[in-house]
Design a protein around this ligand. Sequence first.
Ligand code: NAD
Ligand code: MG
Length: 403
Amino acid sequence: MSQSLPHNSLQHITILGATGSIGTSTLDVLARHPDKYQVFALTANRNIELLIEQCQQFKPQYAVLPEQALAQELQQSLAAKGIDTQVLWGQDQLEFVASHQQVDTVMAAIVGAAGLLPTLAAVKAGKKVLLANKEALVMSGAIFMQAVKEHGATLLPIDSEHNAIFQCLPEHFVEQGIQSCGIKNIVLTGSGGPFLTKPLDEFSAITPEQACAHPNWDMGRKISVDSATMMNKGLELIEACWLFDVMPSDIDVVLHPQSIIHSMVRYQDGSVLAQMGNPDMRTPIAHALAFPERIEAGVDALDFMAISQLTFDKPCYERYPCLKLAAQAMQQGGNAPARLNAANEIAVQAFLDEQIRFTDIALVIQQTLSQTAYDKAETLASVLEADRQARQVAETIIQELNS
Ligand code: NAD
Ligand code: MG
């Protein structure tokens, strides 16, 4: 998964999803190290105001938006400010800036399936890929990991749990496989989100605002809802299986509400290695950017005296049915994770748009999985088709729920 890159020259970086929570945290870290990193391209969906500010500060060669009209608006605003960033638009151009020969490192921080093709383009160009966009890997796990191997890409996890696991594994795990490194299992921690202790009979009245108010992390709205349902942990379970070449049975999911231990590796000799830190994504971002070196991330030192306690508990499937659906999808394999992910994206958006209740999210996913067909997902085309079909079925289920 990893190999060292020459680290004495300026690294050129493309950030896919620069205006999001991970994108802005990445730019915060980069701004602390102008001697090490130079921004090559920034991409966004709709937030032009923020993208203008970012172009002003980081002077990228390219900025990319999905739509032509927005791109023209951005180009005019930049020209008026005397910024000579070239604005491009469309899917092909996302892939262009992700795979450009001048780029060393790509931060994959688009949310959802929209990030799959540009992230894969970076992988196929053999880049150092910092993976925040877990949905891309969940959808296309086998194909994605095969492409990493074939094209000699360096894949480093940004998700705090996976970054923690990566830090707790021995260096040679990539070559030898985790099974021959004396490892017993992986402990994937999760805070349990904002509804850890909420009575179950109040779940159907949960509002988007309540679901997005995560106690420890400040994140985009989709992943915040995923954290509240614990689908996020489910997606992370699948992500961990692919990243570390293990099965769900090799991973214990443990509730740890304080989010101080970001995950652990249990060894056969009884040792447990944990990675700790304040819940701030700049730590895994800085770790992956500088790997194998370490750089300043702007994160406060962990104050042990201020932490009154670290607690652990077992997650309950009645409270978090999405976690179970994800574990089952990984067990089933093939296109099941892609269908699960697509149904979840549609259901979460419908919940955020106040079309369905919080408790309907798991229902929509479960029904979508049973109404769509299994296939081995051996080609990218079949993954994209499974994604398309599951979205369509989920939309229909949501319409029926509302009729
Ligand atoms: P966000 O919603 O804050 O940002 C998403 C970014 O993607 C924005 O820049 C947006 O413009 C862009 N985007 C959205 N839809 C797009 C589309 N259709 N085409 C092109 N660009 C599009 O999300 P986030 O919280 O930064 O999360 C990004 C990814 O990182 C997600 O996959 C998430 O699961 C993962 N992640 C986030 C965190 C976190 O703390 N925020 C932690 C771990 C993993
Ligand atoms: Mg995470």
